[in-house]
Design a protein around this ligand. Structure first.
Ligand SMILES: Nc1nc2c(ncn2[C@@H]2O[C@H](COP(=O)(O)OP(=O)(O)OP(=O)(O)O)[C@@H](O)[C@H]2O)c(=O)[nH]1
Ligand SMILES: [Zn+2]
Length: 340
């Protein structure tokens, strides 16, 4: 069977994975057919066991996936520690409803998140104070940044150090600019060079964890950029700090904090109207789904199970397909284009 080694999957493309190992550097790996046959799909971010190790050619085969701490669907990445929710104070301007909705979306993943508000260079201090004070009452402390001037980039870096982060937020807020500022040698805005691989970013579909200058990793593929909610209405109260930080004393366990007798949730907070509005929206969606007889859970945070050595993907992925030898070599060539 040869040598075995533990590693972390840093990039995935088609059926090949780049696995970082402490002993042998980065290995180019396939995944054992047995894993796929038992419904286990390797994700970027996975901790894996590699066998059939050949240090000379830096090749190997993934034989086992270690239990996952978390699993995101979009992008499909395992062991994500946190999200970085990024919006901008200007261009595009910040809207209270939109911001609130993004916060609820981020909360709904169950992952911790950092909120960064970019383009501070385009605002005066009274505008910044306005948003900081408002967010404080909602239960959040944003990091006010500018990727153009570098304002608070070191403060943000300290939030990202030693963690795996996925960046999310609407289009045009500066997500790519931030990644470029955080990592030397990356130019996401032009898509010219991706760290290590040397491939154009949009030439072919791939996901990669990029190593931050300050330590930690960030995915080169953003997460959600639309705050569409895909949770049950019963889960919505877990998405508002104004509710979950209260000592909830509702009479009924399934209290929706609206018209029930004996509800113990205080309602004198600014976003209560958002809560009611989105609860109704989610209830309508649930009714519709039930009518259609389907259940779509979307992005979910998955806890690992103690003692369970194998993770299972939440949703069925593409059926295992056998690649022709020619196709395999083409894909291998793409991945090794910069290896000389
Ligand atoms: N004034 C100012 N402009 C910025 C700042 N950060 C980014 N920009 C500009 O905002 C525009 C959008 O930046 P991107 O980094 O492409 O934004 P993005 O979030 O990656 O956008 P998508 O790829 O559409 O999701 C670009 O023209 C940037 O130069 C900033 O801090 N201040
Ligand atoms: Zn209640």
């Amino acid at each position: 069977m040869g040598r075995q080694v533990l590693g972390q999957v840093r990039a995935a493309q088609a059926n090949f994975y780049r696995v970082a190992t402490p002993e042998y550097g980065e290995l180019l790996c396939t995944s054992r057919a047995r894993l796929k046959k038992t419904g286990q799909w390797v994700l970027v971010g996975d901790q894996v066991q590699v066998e059939e190790l050949d240090p000379a050619s830096q090749r190997g085969a993934i034989s086992e996936i270690l239990p996952r701490r978390s699993e995101l669907d979009h992008p499909p990445i395992a062991n994500v520690d946190q999200l970085l929710l990024m919006l901008s104070l200007a261009e595009p301007s910040l809207d209270m409803h939109h911001l609130s909705r993004f916060l609820v979306k981020a909360e709904s993943t169950g992952l911790p998140f950092v909120l960064a508000l970019n383009k501070a260079d385009l605002c005066d201090s009274s505008q910044i104070d306005f948003w900081q004070e408002k967010l404080q009452t909602w239960g959040y402390q944003p990091v006010i940044i500018s990727t153009t001037t570098g304002q608070n980039i070191p403060a943000l870096q300290s939030h990202l150090a030693h963690k795996i982060t996925v960046i999310t937020g609407s289009s045009g807020v500066g997500k790519s600019s931030l990644i470029n500022a955080l990592i030397t040698g990356v130019d996401l805005a032009t898509g010219a060079v991706v760290q290590r691989t040397g491939r154009g970013r949009h030439t072919t579909r791939h996901i990669e964890l990029l190593t931050l200058n300050s330590g930690g990793m960030i995915a080169d593929t953003p997460g959600f950029n639309q705050p569409n909610l895909d949770i049950n209405p019963t889960e919505l109260d877990r998405c508002f700090p104004e509710i979950y930080r209260q000592n909830i004393t509702c009479e009924f366990a399934d209290c929706t904090h609206q018209n029930e007798p004996g509800c113990g949730v205080k309602r004198n907070w600014e976003r209560y109207e958002h809560y009611v509005q989105w609860w109704q929206e989610l209830q309508e969606l649930t009714d519709l789904k039930q009518a259609q007889g389907r259940c779509d859970v979307g992005m979910k945070y998955k806890q690992d199970q103690i003692g369970n050595r194998h993770s299972e993907p939440k949703l069925a992925r593409h059926k295992y397909r056998t690649l022709s030898r020619r196709r395999q070599h083409q894909e291998l060539d793409l991945l090794t284009a910069d290896d000389d």
